[in-house]
Design a protein around this ligand. Structure first.
Ligand code: NAD
Length: 334
């Protein structure tokens, strides 16, 4: 069987996912949801999508009667994820939601509960969880090849352009760099260390309060503490380029990925040498693997469900709290 996917919110990332899905063997773009009629026409032509599988935000709820759609993939701005996921679940469709799953843990819990109640699955677009070099580092760690994990460093950022974009609008983005790119360092700390943090500390630096308004973080440094004493030190920024690097240190070895989360080939090495797993377009692999999860009940090595995303949201809530209070915040994830 092939997973029949409707994309909702036809922006930059939806375009990338649609392109990548053309090379999928187990997932297919069969529907679209957009508030812009001209985009619907363009996408229909490009991807041969029949009229009956095209929805506006007004007609979307009728998707429940459409057997050509198994899952709605939500790629709208962050603040809209919550309501869009609730609508898709109410229509009886599985949902894939982009990261960050929501603006905070409270919203995240509501989304998990709504999907559970509707009997549909909720997955989040954590494409790195399927990336071969990343998975090799995780395999090596699980096999004990790094020994006891001592330290992780994750640095993720870029210099953001256009000051009018939604990513710099608190109401639509829910925050700044941390919501958008810092989440990769945070989520990476968890899957590279292979444990859940028990405390967080965080500090914010803002050099341009005009571009980065109240509630929109420019740069955040945060530290995570794990139960056995392992620590992570991370940087999230909208003000520096060439920042996409993971470093994992253990008693018997290390792994370094740079770039660690970008779309292009991930590069990496460990104390044993270069990582040589071949590059495949992340979103192609992700969608084929998600088809396996949704249709065949496959279990990924690193989870990509709502509960996994909720942990990131809980930690982000704590990061913002620590920035505000200047204090360490204890975490009780789940
Ligand atoms: P974008 O601005 O290019 O696209 C957003 C789309 O949502 C646009 O087509 C816009 O018209 C539509 N939209 C629907 N309702 C809207 C409203 N009320 N206000 C504004 N726009 C509305 O953004 P993007 O880069 O495609 O990001 C979309 C989502 O995907 C974000 O949550 C982002 O974090 C995520 N994303 C994930 C990755 C990844 O690698 N996993 C990469 C990029 C973006």
């Amino acid at each position: 069987p092939v997973l029949k996917v409707a994309l909702m919110g036809l922006g930059g990332y939806a375009n990338r996912v649609a392109e990548a899905m053309q090379s999928c063997t187990k997932a297919k773009l069969t529907g679209i949801v957009s508030g812009t009629p001209s985009k619907i026409k363009d996408w229909q032509n490009k991807y041969a999508i029949p009229e009956k599988n095209c929805y506006s935000y007004d007609t979307f709820d009728q998707i429940k009667n459409n057997p050509d759609i198994d899952v709605v993939y939500v790629t709208t701005p962050n603040a809209l994820h919550h309501d869009n996921v609730l609508r898709a679940a109410a229509a009886g469709k599985h949902v894939i939601c982009e990261k960050p799953m929501a603006l905070n843990a409270r919203e995240g819990r509501e989304m998990i509960a709504a999907c559970k109640k509707a009997g549909v699955q909720l997955l989040v677009g954590y494409r790195m969880h399927f990336e071969p070099k990343t998975l090799e580092v995780i395999r090596m760690r699980n096999a004990g090849e790094f020994g006891k994990i001592m330290f992780f460093q994750g640095q993720c950022g870029f210099r953001i352009g256009d000051p009018t974009q939604w990513r710099l609008n608190k109401a639509l983005a829910g925050g700044g760099s941390m919501m958008d790119i810092g989440i990769y360092a945070l989520n990476g700390a968890r899957y590279m260390v292979g444990a859940e943090p028990v405390w967080v500390t965080a500090q914010e630096t803002k050099t341009d309060p005009v571009k980065f308004k109240e509630g929109v973080d420019e740069t955040i440094q945060f530290q995570l503490g794990f139960p056995d004493g392992t620590v992570a030190s991370c940087l999230s920024t909208y003000n520096m380029n060439y920042l996409d690097r993971f470093f994992l240190n253990g008693e018997k070895g290390f792994a370094e990925l740079q770039p660690s989360t970008g779309y292009g080939p991930i590069r990496g090495r460990t104390h044993k040498g270069e990582l040589t797993q071949p590059h495949k377009t992340h979103q192609t692999v992700q969608m084929d693997e998600m088809a396996g999860i949704l249709l065949e009940g496959k279990q990924p090595l690193v989870p990509v469900n709502g509960e996994e995303a909720l942990k990131d949201l809980q930690i982000i809530d704590a990061i913002y709290q620590s920035v505000k209070t200047g204090r360490r915040v204890d975490l009780h994830l789940g």
